[in-house]
Ligand binder design. Structure first.
Ligand SMILES: NC(=O)C1=CN([C@@H]2O[C@H](COP(=O)(O)OP(=O)(O)OC[C@H]3O[C@@H](n4cnc5c(N)ncnc54)[C@H](O)[C@@H]3O)[C@@H](O)[C@H]2O)C=CC1
Ligand SMILES: O=C(O)CCC(=O)C(=O)O
Length: 333
């Protein structure tokens, strides 16, 4: 069997981590033959809860889990890690937009970027889940200059999964019969869920979603809005934000980064923009990517409708504004 790798989950005493840790430790991300040392990072007031999580992980009796390292010190939490799930942050409450969390949360990602820079493996893959995820990932990368920028990403996979589930329901097919739906831009209500390149398996044949659904008003209206507002709908219903589905999406994201995407299939990830598709450069923008040998590549030359272009501009502008605001918060500290 391979040597164990070290994987850190921040916000390890929180609700997403409660589902996420189990999925990782079962081997659902890095493989069923990859032993793991899990680092659990949270803040001092959560030490008691963290102890409970450590007890439960032991009681799960998981064969791949070789050691658990609970800590409140980022320099211990990030030491020698190969993969980092940055979940720990303040979640929004009903009535807030995710960007309302900016001033509180960007400071966390500055400290964590600095710690990653000092003690993580240089090839570490970093997935930012804590909101506002795109801008937090931007901040984290900026404070970790010795780690390649390509190693930082933000999670829009939950939005992709939500969008695929909407289409599967509409078409009455299993979720495995839907692929290549794209989430463009920010993990916020300006994101653009785009079914334009998507495919659906109907009666044994892969067809374009646009043709199979045959309802543009739906694809440009209710479908987009449902996905954009799904996080808020879950908060309104549960009085807490999405957790089980967020944990599953984080596993999907890191799994595909680690293991690659199937030929012809792409997934959505927030990554540093190179200006593709008219997006602003140097913000963390969600694009369709293909992954090989643990390296992602933006899928190029996809046809984009005028409707889609206008949506991409909107979400790109928001990311540019968030980036400026984050930089001014950090400057004033
Ligand atoms: N990108 C996405 O699709 C999604 C993002 N989220 C975001 O994920 C974040 C976490 O959500 P939940 O687990 O539900 O929240 P939670 O409140 O249950 O847990 C957050 C945990 O982070 C810890 N924490 C706070 N500051 C920390 C720091 N500096 N270092 C380490 N840990 C720290 C807290 O003590 C707490 O244990 C929120 O920002 C939420 O908005 C949630 C769902 C989906
Ligand atoms: O919506 C939020 O602010 C928290 C959870 C989240 O990001 C989501 O469910 O998409």
């Amino acid at each position: 069997m391979a040597e164990p790798i070290r994987v850190v989950v921040t916000g390890a005493a929180g609700q997403i981590a409660y589902s996420l840790l189990y999925m990782i430790a079962r081997g659902e991300v890095f493989g069923k033959d990859q032993p793991l040392i899990l680092h659990l990072l949270d803040i001092p007031p959560m030490v008691g809860v963290l102890e409970g999580v450590v007890m439960e992980l032991a009681d799960c009796a998981l064969p791949l889990l070789r050691q658990v390292v609970p800590t409140t010190d980022p320099l211990v939490g990030f030491k020698d890690v190969s993969a980092a799930f940055l979940v720990g942050a303040m979640p929004r409450k009903e009535g807030m937009e995710r960007k309302d969390l900016l001033s509180a949360n960007v400071k966390i990602f500055k400290v964590q970027g600095e710690a990653l820079d000092k003690v993580a493996k240089k090839e570490v893959k970093v997935l930012v889940v804590g909101n506002p995820a795109n801008t937090n990932a931007f901040v984290c990368a900026n404070y970790a200059p010795s780690i390649p920028r390509e190693n930082f990403s933000a999670m829009t996979r939950l939005d992709q999964n939500r969008a695929s589930a909407q289409i599967a329901t509409k078409m009455g097919v299993p979720i495995t019969s839907v692929n290549n739906i794209i989430i463009w831009g920010n993990h916020s209500s300006t994101q653009y869920p785009d079914a334009g390149q998507g495919k659906v398996l109907v009666n044994g044949q892969w067809k374009s979603i646009v043709e199979a659904v045959g309802d543009n008003a739906f694809l440009e209206g209710a479908f987009v809005e449902t996905v954009q507002k799904r996080g808020a709908a879950v908060i309104a219903a549960r009085k807490m934000s999405s957790a089980m589905s967020a944990a599953k999406a984080a596993c999907d994201h890191m799994h595909d980064w680690w293991n690659g995407t199937a030929p012809g299939q792409f997934v959505s990830m927030g990554v540093f923009s190179d200006g593709s598709y008219g997006s602003p450069k140097d913000v963390i923008f969600s694009f369709p990517v293909e992954i090989k040998n643990k390296q992602w590549k933006i899928v190029g030359n996809l046809p984009i409708s005028d409707f889609a272009k206008s949506k991409l501009i909107l979400t790109g502008n928001e990311l540019q504004e968030e980036k400026n605001e984050a930089l001014s918060v950090l400057d004033s500290n």
